[in-house]
Design a binder for this molecule. Structure first.
Ligand code: GLN
Length: 191
């Protein structure tokens, strides 16, 4: 198994280390030709969604990646990556891949909560898991085909729609690997 990490901007190295800690090989997607390599799944890291969206388009990687996701490529996305996948960005006309039926609002947790830690139940784990929010988007709406895997209060923070797993928080910055294991066991290996 090989997992590709979009490596244009953001915390892609943390994701790579988290995958490699599980003994799984990774590769970085930095330019269009990198997409010719074989891989079984894709990770869209956190960072700045506007910058990532712009670079994806400038480097001609946007359409081929969008097609691969639509044809069932397993994808795990955190934070900015979740914004790239969302069907709708509240208060904005911009849409990137638009393949995950949720509405997200960027930087929605307000100044004092700009970055914060929480703990919560995640469907794939027995114990509560640590959740790190960094200028996170808030998931304001989930479509009927979207499964909510974790909530903080009443707000969904991890969602799944078929081959797509999206988180508002950053599992890769914690030593807990429940989310990554869920992704590999329930999405990548079930493909
Ligand atoms: N605020 C960023 C955005 O809107 C997301 C933050 C993150 O990925 N940690 O793109």
């Amino acid at each position: 198994m090989k997992i590709a990490v979009l490596a244009l901007q953001g915390d892609f190295e943390e994701h790579q280390s988290a995958v490699e800690r599980l003994g799984i090989e990774t590769l970085q997607l930095r330019q269009r030709s990198d997409l010719e390599q074989e891989f079984d799944a894709l990770i869209l890291p956190g960072g700045e969604s506007t910058v990532q969206g712009k670079l994806l388009r400038e480097l001609d990687m946007f359409d081929p990646i969008c097609e691969r996701i639509k044809s069932g490529l397993p994808v795990m996305a955190t934070c900015a990556g979740l914004i790239l996948l969302a069907r709708e960005i509240a208060g904005s006309d911009i849409r990137h891949f638009g393949v995950l039926d949720v509405t997200v609002r960027r930087n929605a947790y307000g100044r004092q909560l700009e970055s914060f830690q929480a703990c919560g139940k995640f469907t794939g784990a027995d114990e509560e898991i640590p959740m790190s929010f960094i200028r996170a988007p808030r998931i304001e709406r989930v479509g009927s085909g979207v499964e909510v895997l974790a909530k903080v209060g009443d707000t969904p923070v991890a969602v799944r729609e078929n081959n797509i797993l999206g988180m508002a928080f950053h599992p890769e910055v914690s030593a807990d690997n429940s989310v990554m294991r869920y992704f590999i066991e329930n999405i990548v290996r079930q493909k």
